[in-house]
Design a protein around this ligand. Structure first.
Ligand code: ADP
Length: 542
């Protein structure tokens, strides 16, 4: 027997309609590429999203075809999120930090028919437009007067002129909730990037899940600053969650340095900010240097790479800000787990609580997790057994765009490539990427553990642990460190700092100091590049 409830599809356009009707005066504030601050409301955004939908109709882009964006976090990008997907096209957000050749490759692979870009990225567009014959229109996110003359880019339009004459009413199409809505490519550290194609249903369900109290816990009383880019896994879904809950949205545009982020947090009364650890490193550095405090910030969501415990501690002890450590990936829309305490943990000592808060937390309802051994056998959730982490759920990839890479699933589960433990309370602890874990004498050493300890040293700004070939032990860890400006630490002091914090055999064999550790397009350390940088390095113990 079937249930007798209405079968309304879950659609992205309904989010912005809802926002307009029930918190239409909710604020959206953006630092623009032009440098100034722009303010308007969800109601204004909804109107302009509908103008975008009309403008796309006029370009004759059929339902299901792709519209690319190369843009910072800002109100025009927000309008494209809704205007493109709401009208049935697929929003393809592109990471501008990729090499231009890779950007062109992705545009061609996605078969983008129009490409909307912030003027910051004009040099990229100039370099690639001739190699992207499928793009019918290049749309600069600016006023007509700001459109560069003599750019040499054919079919170039200014966004404001493009939508200006369009009506601000529109009947959103009655789409199938399983229709494609957004396309994001994985960073492709090995091989070509692969496209993950989110549906309306997966996006709306992810927004419901991520908004819950023990997840992001966003509300109409929050002012939320997504520092995590809208070109990277949809800013962790915040543009959709915002429309659903009516929080104030604060978009930082291109200014992601500590000073600019701090000023925006203070000026706009931000209560929750979200981003990767490298961004918060810059923010904390700025606060420390200028002896500043936050007046409104309560929580920061940190994910994308492991958040060092020293950072969680600094936010809490020095600034009274709770870090919500989150884990996920492009293939998961991205949210998998997020760390909050349970009631029974509230009576624990701050030290014990911190231990829990340093894990990647508990799964969001909708995400199922398991860990398996090398033969695929499920391992116990006892906080000790570590194995490869597999996931399944309605906002997790089932296959890549155009079937690239074959079937990624193993008996219906997606292998994440991460190694983890899960304890009896459901808390996930990521030990490593499986390709980064160091195999020494038949045992595994977590590169994240080694890095976290170095990060707790006052002279260390960034640390990467990599395994080096060893004739006897197979691999041995070394730690590669960037020092904080104006501080010093010797190799011997740093290695001594590990005593008592790790078992003897887990302590790195060497510490190497470098000026910088290469970061990828999503702010993660690039260990493959780092290895190339260290070519010729010989382990002192080999
Ligand atoms: P995202 O696009 O969200 O950064 P990617 O797909 O680029 O995701 O990378 C996902 C990978 O990043 C995960 O599989 C994991 O290895 C790593 N990662 C993300 N969050 C964390 C975290 N909190 N702790 C440790 N590793 C993390």
């Amino acid at each position: 027997m079937l249930g007798q409830m209405q079968n309304r599809p879950l659609l992205i356009a309904d989010l912005i309609d809802f926002a307009e009707r029930f918190h239409g005066d909710g604020e959206i504030v953006s630092r623009r590429v032009e440098g100034d601050i722009h303010r308007y409301t969800y109601a204004d955004a909804a109107k302009r999203a509908r103008q975008v939908a009309h403008a796309l109709d006029r370009l004759d882009i059929p339902e299901g075809n792709r519209v690319g964006t190369l843009a910072w976090n800002g109100y025009r990008h927000f309008e494209l999120y809704y205007g493109v997907s709401g009208s049935g096209r697929v929003l393809h957000t592109i990471n501008p930090r990729l090499h231009p050749e890779q950007v062109a490759w992705i545009i061609n692979h996605a078969e983008d028919e129009a490409l909307c870009f912030d003027l910051t990225f004009l040099p990229i567009i100039k370099a690639i437009h001739a190699h992207c014959p499928g793009v019918k229109r290049w749309i600069a996110l600016c006023n007509g007067s700001a459109l560069p003359a003599d750019s040499g880019i054919p079919n170039l339009l200014a966004y404001e002129a493009w939508i200006a004459g369009e009506p601000d009413w529109y009947t959103w199409p009655a789409l199938d909730e399983n229709a494609a809505a957004c396309l994001c490519y994985t960073s492709g550290t090995t091989g070509n990037p692969k496209g993950v194609l989110y549906s309306h249903r997966s996006t709306v369900l992810h927004a419901y899940g991520a908004a819950m109290p023990d997840v992001m816990g966003l509300s109409a009383r929050d002012a939320v600053l997504p520092v995590v880019p809208m070109f990277h896994v949809n800013a962790w879904g915040i543009p959709y969650i915002g429309a659903a809950v009516g929080c104030k949205l604060v978009f930082p545009g291109p200014a992601l340095d500590g000073k600019s982020v701090y000023e925006l947090i203070e000026a706009e009364g931000v209560t929750l900010a979200a981003g990767v650890p490298t961004v918060w490193q810059m923010l904390l550095g700025h606060l420390q240097q200028h002896q500043l405090r936050f007046s409104t910030l309560e929580r920061t969501i940190i994910g994308g790479s492991a958040c060092p415990p020293a950072m969680i501690r600094a936010f809490k002890d020095d600034y009274g800000v709770t870090v919500l450590h989150a884990w996920g990936m492009t293939e998961m829309s991205p949210l998998g787990t997020l760390c909050t305490l349970k009631k029974k943990h509230l009576s624990l000592s701050p030290e014990e609580q911190l231990k829990i808060l340093c894990t990647q937390g508990r799964p969001v309802f909708g995400v199922d997790l398991k860990i398996v051994d090398e033969s695929g056998n499920a391992l116990p959730h006892d906080g000790v057994a570590q194995g490869e982490l597999l996931v399944r759920g309605p906002w997790i990839v089932s296959s890549y765009f155009k079937g690239e890479g074959g079937d990624p699933l193993v008996n219906g589960w997606f292998p994440t490539g991460d190694v983890a433990t899960i304890n009896s309370e459901g808390y996930l602890h990521i030990t490593d990427r499986s390709k980064d874990v160091i195999k020494s004498g038949g045992e595994w050493i977590s590169s994240i553990d080694v890095e976290n300890i170095a990060m707790a040293h006052p002279a260390v700004a960034m640390a990467a642990c990599i395994g080096m070939k060893h004739p006897k032990w197979d691999e041995r860890p070394i730690v590669v460190v960037v020092k904080k400006p104006g501080t010093d630490v010797s190799k011997e002091e740093l290695l001594a700092f590990y005593q008592g914090k790790l078992s003897k055999w887990q302590i790195p064999d060497d510490a190497v100091f470098v000026d910088a550790i290469p970061l990828g397009a999503t702010g993660k350390m690039q260990k493959v590049k780092l290895r190339e940088q260290l070519a010729g390095y010989v382990l002192p113990t080999a």
